[in-house]
Design a protein around this ligand. Sequence first.
Ligand code: R5P
Length: 293
Amino acid sequence: MIITTCGNSIPIAKALARKLHAPYSPVTISQFPDGDIYLKYNTAVKGKKVVIVHSFQPHSNQSLFNLMFAAETAQDLGAQKVILVAPYLAYMRQDTRFHPGEAISSRIMAKHLNVCFDKIITVDPHLHRYKSLRDIFTIPAVKLTANVLIAEYIQKHFKNEVIIGPDGESFQWAENIAQHIQVQATVLKKTRYSSRHVRVKMIKPISIQGKNVVIVDDIISTGHTIAEAAKQARAMGAKSITAIGVHGLLVEKAMAKLRRAGVNKIITTNCIQHPTNRIDITPLLAKELKKER
Ligand code: R5P
């Protein structure tokens, strides 16, 4: 087995190589003067299992393209198996045609990965309208979850806490985590008007007065979803508000927006590298990859 990356997730790739006692060798990727991609393996991959560790952030579109080139090249060079470890899988939120004429990006992404990879491993992919990764992937696709790691983090760092999921889909994180640590949880109802305009409403009220509120979601992108939930928690008398995201995209000044909405702390896993990373998902990936040894 060799561990490589196309440039994102380097710390995770190196940690996995150490844990699995496998060589780490990143591919060289650059551009010709006209912008065409240049890609080169710096180690022999013939007969090897090539594990490409690479989250789709930053630069999701370039990541897809680089990964396709890296996987096809590994196959072309005689790799025995090419595995994608993408802690964050992009495009999953566009899982239907919301308006006539739109691309269903998740299907297109999966179609391309199906052709060049033998297997994909990812963490908490955004499964909303799809029931499972099998709805779009024809290659073996493994879904890992950071739920237990997040639950353990909350248990260690909080007292007198309640969990809020900011929208319907977040029940798979919020309620599962709350159950694990035996605390109260509620999931809000979200109405999305655009990618930057959402409203949330508490349908199943729980007591928040004086509590340490932990809002848990899979993705924190622009921060609007969590900000709306935080405003509501603040208005209901929360003592403190923490946002925990599996995938901290944190684009468009999301951090400042969250702070303005009353969020005291922002915590993410290292699925996407960010200064807010506090929860390490490497053990999940290492355990899964050991099955390939
Ligand atoms: C979508 O339903 C996801 O679970 C997140 O709630 C959403 O992607 C967060 O996006 P934003 O931070 O831009 O509101």
